[in-house]
Design a protein around this ligand. Structure first.
Ligand code: P6P
Length: 336
């Protein structure tokens, strides 16, 4: 037991790493930890309880029937509102940003953007899903409701970001700008235990993740890169591997550990890409850069993009530095 370092202990231990180490960010991360445990519990029995249905009817706790992603959204919002560090939240499940208007929230200095349950369509087929979060200091005056400007900040202004992956085990992975650290949930103890300190992505890799069903409408540079992966069989004869789960957090997590690239370019149905800049691409970009990798829209650094709207989509290339640079070169050489 003595060598277990819990997430709570680690956050406090690293508190001096946070800008203006006031303890508020530590407490905010504690709210996320709590909500993650609650959501994890529901996901682990999704196959047993009809909680993937639409609204209407009652589940076994007698609660109104909720789809699991709405359930996750409610739990994370409630956990963030209950303490005094967050003045508002933007979420994939909310059309507009939600301002917390209790007195204690108006004086809070952080905003949170999240995808409460990314890849939720995979729940029905028992595939890993995840929660993604991104934290900024507000730019509007404390004591007033948050403004759109608080949520439309470029990714390089994030103070923290992370994800929870609900997979064969449940992990919470986060950064505050001082490396990337992973914690594995031990349900018997009810704690997240440090399992991956200072995570680094290999500079190069042999795994590419993309939905090749959209191939016909990929940009030519992406087609050329995929062909390169398929034909570049090196002396060591380790060819590339195509691995695509259809759950960003799961594909990202595997590539972070093994090296690789995840790509969601523009397609016929998503001319600007499918992934959302604010609560999918920016947090993953913060994490990957802190782990030694890169994240771009095919040309520009993701975290330098100036957001224009809450749910805007961007093409997304994230992973090992050499792989991201390589696909950027193909895109430059073979523009549309
Ligand atoms: P497609 C899930 O809906 C998601 O946002 C990501 O988690 C995932 O990588 C992607 O979309 C899958 O999209 O079009 O390949 O089914």
């Amino acid at each position: 037991m003595s060598d277990i370092r819990t997430l709570g202990e680690f956050i406090v231990e690293k508190q001096t790493d946070f800008p203006h180490a006031s303890g508020e960010l530590s407490s905010l991360l504690g709210s996320i930890k709590l909500a993650a445990k609650i959501v994890n519990r529901e996901i682990n029995k999704a196959g047993l309880v009809d909680i993937t249905g639409s609204a209407g009817g009652e589940n076994i706790q007698g609660e109104d029937q909720q789809k699991l992603d709405l359930y996750a959204n409610d739990k994370f919002k409630a956990a963030l509102e209950a303490r005094d560090q967050v003045c508002g939240v933007a979420s994939e499940e909310e059309d507009e940003a939600v301002a917390f208007n209790k007195e204690l929230n108006l004086n809070a200095k952080y905003v949170v953007l999240m995808d409460p349950l990314d890849g939720s369509s995979n729940i029905d087929v028992n595939v890993s899903v995840g929660t993604i979060f991104s934290i900024y200091q507000r730019v509007s005056p404390v004591g007033t409701p948050p403004t759109e400007e608080d949520f439309l900040q470029p990714g390089h202004r994030q103070v923290a970001a992370g994800y929870i992956i609900y997979g064969s085990s449940t992990m919470l992975v986060y950064t505050t700008g001082n490396g990337v650290h992973g914690f594995t949930y031990d349900p018997s103890l009810g704690v997240f235990c440090l399992s991956h300190e200072s995570m680094r992505i290999p500079e190069d890799g042999r795994i590419y993740s993309i939905n090749e069903g959209n191939y016909i409408r990929f940009p030519m540079g992406v087609k050329k890169y995929i062909k390169h992966c398929q034909e570049d069989v090196p002396e060591d004869n380790r060819p590339y591997t195509s691995r695509y789960i259809g759950s960003l957090v799961a594909d990202f997590h595997r590539n972070l550990l093994k090296g690789g690239i995840y790509m969601y370019p523009s397609t016929a149905t998503h001319p600007n890409g499918k992934l959302r800049l604010l609560y999918e691409c920016n947090p993953m970009a913060f994490l990957i850069e802190q782990a030694g990798g890169l994240a771009s829209d095919g040309k520009n650094r993701i975290m330098d993009l100036k957001p224009t709207e809450l749910h805007q989509r961007v093409p997304f290339f994230v992973g090992s530095t050499k792989m991201v640079r390589n696909v950027e070169t193909f895109l430059e050489e073979f523009p549309e």
